[in-house]
Design a protein around this ligand. Structure first.
Ligand SMILES: [Zn+2]
Length: 392
């Protein structure tokens, strides 16, 4: 009996080994399936009438780095109902496949563990195209198992995919902020493209919160996709609204000197500066009234986010708009328009205090995935690879 168990370990559970042959570095296991009734795939009638035999060569997972091949003598049985023969199925091998599921799973494992495609190729002794097709079909199977409806809290963001024919192409990702994973990644960032690819996911009405950056496209996408959700503008994007203006104005004065001390001090949150640093900043800024004003409003944005109560936040938001209305610096006028247009989303933040930091973190994983694959040309393959890294 132990011999039989060993045989089952070497080949698939349903098969019996007839003989083992060694050719070069490969072991060929001649095997066949135990003879009993099989069910016709067309009409489900059991049959035990042998029609003829076919021999197939199927690749299996290597043992001790030597290739494993199963030479299976497959029985074809005759179905009296259909008056046609059919081939017996074997567990672990999909129909018309020349390698076992076990081998494909091993390849997928190898691709996630090994340093390079070459290492995988040598270890499993197969071609690049074999690796590609089997790995991506495995990932597809794995993702189909993971088919949840939309979660309650969603983050939306985009990341750069590749540059083709001079145009940058992007991926839009939807993250599950409570489950700490990516729910879906789709190629493209225009409204039509994104809606087309995510509309099949169920549970759109259950979404309660959506966090996103200040993008008009994402606002209209999420409005249509999640009608019952409250939209939240990401805190860090709002805080960064004045940074480009601040930078441009400073460069006009000091030139683009990267090691400048005042540059670092201006970028920092004033709350984190020491007393003397603060004095230095004020002294320097007193020579440049417009830059000074922009800097003060950057700090006011930080102050707005220090509010802990939604009502108080609303009051200080209104006050900020009022103060912005009294200046006539173009950058501040733009800021005022942006803030007014996003008022609802910005104030929603103070109800639950959720941010898109996790979504940005997944963008970082996305660039790691891209680098590990030395870039991707096919967006479907990239999507599968990225989702298997982040979706579970
Ligand atoms: Zn039949």
């Amino acid at each position: 009996m132990p011999i039989k168990k060993l045989a089952q370990f070497l080949v698939l559970p349903e098969l019996n080994i007839l003989k083992v042959e060694k050719v070069h570095r490969a072991h060929i296991y001649h095997c066949e399936k135990a003879r009993h009734f099989e069910y016709c795939p067309r009409c489900n009638t059991p049959s035990n009438v042998t029609y003829d035999h076919r021999t197939v060569l199927v690749r299996d997972e290597p043992i001790r780095r030597s290739q494993c091949l199963l030479k299976i003598k497959k029985r074809r049985l005759y179905c009296k109902q259909c008056r046609k023969p059919f081939t017996e199925p074997i567990d672990g091998i999909f129909k018309r496949q020349r390698s076992t599921q076990r081998f494909k799973r091993a390849l997928t494992w190898g691709c996630t563990q090994m340093r390079s495609l070459k290492a995988v190729r040598e270890n499993y002794q197969c071609s690049n195209s074999m690796i590609y097709t089997s790995v991506f079909s495995q990932l597809e199977i794995k993702l189909r198992e993971y088919n949840n409806p939309w979660p309650k809290m969603i983050g939306v963001d985009e990341h750069f995919f590749t540059r083709r024919k001079g145009y940058a192409e992007f991926f839009t990702i939807f993250t599950d902020l409570k489950g700490h994973r990516v729910r879906e990644a789709v190629f493209g960032r225009s409204k039509a493209e994104v809606l087309e690819k995510v509309k099949h996911i169920s549970g759109r009405d259950n979404v309660e919160w959506v966090v996103m950056d200040l993008s008009e496209t994402y606002r209209s996408i999420t409005k249509e996709l999640f009608p019952n959700a409250k939209r939240v503008a990401d805190k860090f994007h709002v805080l960064r609204l004045l940074s480009p203006a601040l930078r441009r104005r400073r460069i006009e004065i000091t030139g683009d000197r990267r090691t400048l001390r005042i540059k670092r001090l201006l970028q920092k949150n004033r709350k984190d500066l020491s007393y003397f640093d603060r004095q230095d900043v004020d002294r320097w800024l007193s020579n440049y009234p417009e830059l000074n004003l922009i800097y003060r409003f950057k700090e006011k944005l930080h102050e707005l986010y220090r509010n802990t109560h939604p009502e108080r936040a609303k009051l200080s938001f209104d006050r900020l708009i009022l103060e912005l209305g009294m200046t006539d610096i173009p950058e501040l006028k733009t800021l005022r328009r942006t803030l007014i247009s996003w008022k609802e989303e910005i104030l929603n933040y103070f109800e639950r205090r959720i941010t898109n930091a996790m979504t940005e973190g997944f963008n970082r994983i996305a660039s790691l995935v891209k680098n590990l694959g030395f870039g991707y040309r096919n967006e479907n393959n990239y999507r599968l690879r990225f989702l298997t890294a982040c979706a579970s």
